[in-house]
Write a protein that binds this ligand. Structure first.
Ligand code: MN
Length: 250
């Protein structure tokens, strides 16, 4: 079967030292690329562009989409003013990724959102976020921004039975890494929570209507080498892409 082309969104980063000081680079952590290769996909990096027609043409080439991690999402997109604790936002990246997720979902292309990516899916379809968990969630809260290395699991994520995520992981709970200070507050209509931590923070969502539109708040790509079961999430994406291309043929 044909290897699916998996688009991975990128972010822009200003180089602040050396001969390239002042240059803006488009990029993403190689962990995403390695994870896609490890499950038999072909990774394609997608730069942030703003022309909607060009975005649609770019996305027409890919079989599935990974929304990668990155900075904060503009709270204006869910009708809030910026609160204390909000980090840097990139309106261009927000617009690109919201357009990309809506287009791919409308086309039935599988979508996997990771960290910022789960938040983008939620905001794109009408959900809201905690701009900063520590400032805005007043009750009991775990550490969600770990200082341990990226591949170290630090908190327990409980997985809802009957969810797509449960089908993929086949466990009622897993230990995951955690590198986020924002999180989903109100989940978008048409989506369900598929996993959460003990403090009630939403760690995963999935679409009730699409075959494979799934987000996780942790970083499975960073753990894939040391915790092979994290690859099952990427495997699910690849299988969904293959199913979708088969159904498109019929
Ligand atoms: Mn977490």
């Amino acid at each position: 079967m044909k290897k699916p082309l998996i688009g991975i969104t990128t972010g822009n980063q200003l180089i602040t030292e050396g001969i390239l000081c002042g240059t803006v680079r488009a990029g993403v952590s190689c962990d995403y690329i390695q994870a896609v290769c490890a499950v038999g996909g072909i990774p394609i990096l997608l730069p942030v562009i703003t022309d909607e027609q060009s975005i649609v043409i770019m996305l027409s080439y890919i079989d599935g989409l990974i929304l990668s991690g990155g900075g904060d999402i503009d709270p204006g997109l869910y009708q809030e003013e910026p609160q204390l604790g909000l980090g840097n936002v990139s309106p261009e990246r927000d617009l690109f990724e919201i357009t990309a997720s809506k287009y791919c979902i409308q086309q039935g292309k599988p979508v996997l959102g990771i960290c910022r990516g789960i938040q983008i899916i939620n905001v794109a379809f009408g959900g809201t976020l905690y701009q900063d968990i520590l400032q805005q969630k007043n009750d009991y809260c775990l550490q969600h921004n770990q200082t341990s290395p990226k591949y170290v699991a630090t908190h327990t994520v409980n997985i809802e039975k009957g969810s797509k995520l449960h089908q993929l992981i086949q466990k009622n709970s897993i230990r995951t890494n955690s590198f986020h200070h924002q999180a989903i507050k109100h989940i978008a209509p048409g989506f369900i929570v598929n996993s959460f931590t003990q403090d009630g923070i939403i760690e995963g969502l999935e679409s009730q209507t699409s075959e494979f539109v799934l987000g996780v708040q942790w970083h499975p790509e960073m753990m894939a080498l040391n915790h092979p079961n994290m690859l099952s999430i990427f495997n699910g994406l690849i299988q969904a892409c293959q199913l979708h291309s088969l159904s498109a043929l019929n």
